[in-house]
Design a protein around this ligand. Structure first.
Ligand code: FEO
Length: 171
């Protein structure tokens, strides 16, 4: 049985992951409006990944005898000035998500719930990957000052990204 405090904290994370999905979908739309189809694709896949993260928490809560409860999702920002700004914000957001995951791990330890601690380790690793991916793109963008023909080369590269489904909780 899931401790109540942990159930509430995991439910907050369902909302946080859905907000991340919303934010990246909004960023995807901004890139579409700038005709940067590869960046738009990359952000759309971020959206799909975040939705999958939310569902992983959703399924886990229910699997452990809790109830996943859906709350209102905040409206994301819709306008940015530059490609660099959008990726700086993406990195800032992922660092925030990492701190949320770390806090959840802390709650699982204080509640002595080893199963949840084990479940959360997947997200601990995922955040390392997320931060590295975003940092990599941001560094490339800074190198080219976010403009010029090289921007279109990065755009073409990001068009290649495909969504890879994650394994469901408990699988
Ligand atoms: Fe669900 Fe981008 O972390």
């Amino acid at each position: 049985m899931l401790p109540k405090k942990l159930e509430a904290a995991l439910n907050e994370q369902v909302n946080a992951e859905l907000y991340s999905a919303y934010l990246y979908l909004s960023m995807s739309s901004w890139f579409e409006s700038k005709n940067l189809k590869g960046f738009a694709n990359w952000m759309r896949i971020q959206y799909q990944e975040e939705t999958a993260h939310a569902m992983k928490f959703f399924d886990y809560i229910n699997e452990r005898g809790g109830t996943a409860v859906l709350k209102a999702i905040d409206a994301p920002k819709g306008k940015w000035k530059t490609v660099i700004e959008i990726f700086q914000e993406t990195l800032k957001h992922e660092l925030h998500v990492t701190s949320l995951i770390n806090n959840l791990v802390n709650v699982s330890i204080s509640e002595k719930d080893h199963a949840t601690n084990n479940f959360l380790q997947w997200f601990v690793s995922e955040q390392v990957e997320e931060e590295a991916n975003v940092t990599g793109i941001l560094e490339e963008l800074k190198m080219i000052e976010g403009k010029g023909p090289a921007l279109f080369m990065i755009d073409r590269e990001l068009k290649q990204r495909v969504f890879v489904p994650i394994t469901p909780a408990g699988a």
